[in-house]
Design a protein around this ligand. Structure first.
Ligand SMILES: [Fe+2]
Ligand SMILES: [Fe+2]
Length: 301
């Protein structure tokens, strides 16, 4: 299997090259870890949401992310790895998650901006994955994408409400946009000429578009939305290019991106420590669930 045609599906019991399997395990587990770690930046605002309505929306969103992580760990398990093994690797810092979740959430406007920009970028990345060549991954993505679209809308609606509020609220939104814009563009990964795995992943149908194509798509989708909101995107090079039929935009600071994925972002240590503490605190639940499952299995005999 040197390549797969669009529409061709590979299922768990089908023969597949070792490289295809290991690339999928890496990508799906990285994706699962991102969903789980991604609960932290917004989760920290659950106790401080400004109203019951905002708290209920945020709670639903954060719970969805837990669900996404669980679907994705299940998809990874169809490739012969174990969820507990993947979690151990995450906690040991041996597997990565999205760079974006290593930035702090400083105000409630960040909740809106994460929904609008970060979940918006996730949608651009994930919609094409609904046609990924690996069946369990593609099928998990269909439901995930429906939920991501709710996440994006709740973020946009929160920002629209704040932009119609006071000057202080508008300033909070602008400050959040200024902090999150560039890290969001980095979510698509390094430029194509510095992305060593892209070509093979595209040939295998694991990826359907390059990093730069998806980044362009995201910018083109987001600029008109920023105009509706009345926020300024912090890029002096952002301009409509009539000839190309899309927006020109500046390059993120890639040295920052490589520092963050290398473990030196503002919150990397905190995110991993929180995840490890949650895992340790949950040990008794896992033990109890296993004991219960064994007892039920025994009773069934
Ligand atoms: Fe998600
Ligand atoms: Fe989401």
């Amino acid at each position: 299997m040197a390549s797969t045609a669009v529409g061709e599906r590979v299922e768990p019991r089908d023969p597949m090259p070792d490289g295809y399997r290991s690339t999928l395990i890496r990508q799906i587990s990285q994706h699962a870890h991102s969903e789980i770690i991604g609960m932290q930046p917004e989760g920290s605002w659950l106790t401080r949401a400004p109203s019951l309505r905002r708290k209920a929306i945020l709670m639903a969103k954060v719970q969805d992310e837990a669900g996404h992580g669980i679907y994705l760990y299940s998809a990874a398990e169809t490739l012969g790895v174990d969820r507990s093994e993947l979690t151990a690797k995450l906690i040991a810092g041996q597997q990565k998650y999205s760079s974006i979740f290593n930035y702090p959430t400083l105000s409630f406007a960040d909740v809106g901006v994460i929904g609008w920009l970060v979940d918006g970028a996730a949608i651009c990345n994930q919609v094409p994955l609904c046609r990924s060549s690996y069946g369990p991954y593609a099928r998990a993505m269909i439901r995930v994408c429906k939920e991501e679209s709710f996440h994006q809308r709740q973020g946009f609606e929160l920002l629209l409400t704040m932009m119609r509020g006071t000057d202080a609220q508008r300033a909070m939104v602008q400050d959040a946009v200024d902090r999150w814009w560039w890290p969001t563009l980095m979510m698509f990964g390094p430029p194509d000429d510095q992305s060593p795995n892209t070509e093979q992943s595209m040939a295998w149908g694991i990826k359907r578009h390059t990093n730069d194509e998806l980044r362009q798509r995201f910018v083109d989708m987001t600029v008109p939305q920023a105009e509706v909101l009345g926020v300024h995107l912090p890029d002096p090079d952002l301009a409509w290019n009539e000839g190309r039929g899309c927006y020109d935009f500046g390059a993120p600071d890639w040295s920052e991106f490589f520092a963050v994925i290398g473990g030196n972002g503002p919150c990397n240590a905190e995110r991993l420590a929180t995840r490890k503490a949650a895992h340790d605190d949950g040990a008794w639940v896992r033990e109890a669930a296993l004991a219960h499952a064994r007892r039920i299995a025994g009773e069934d005999r």
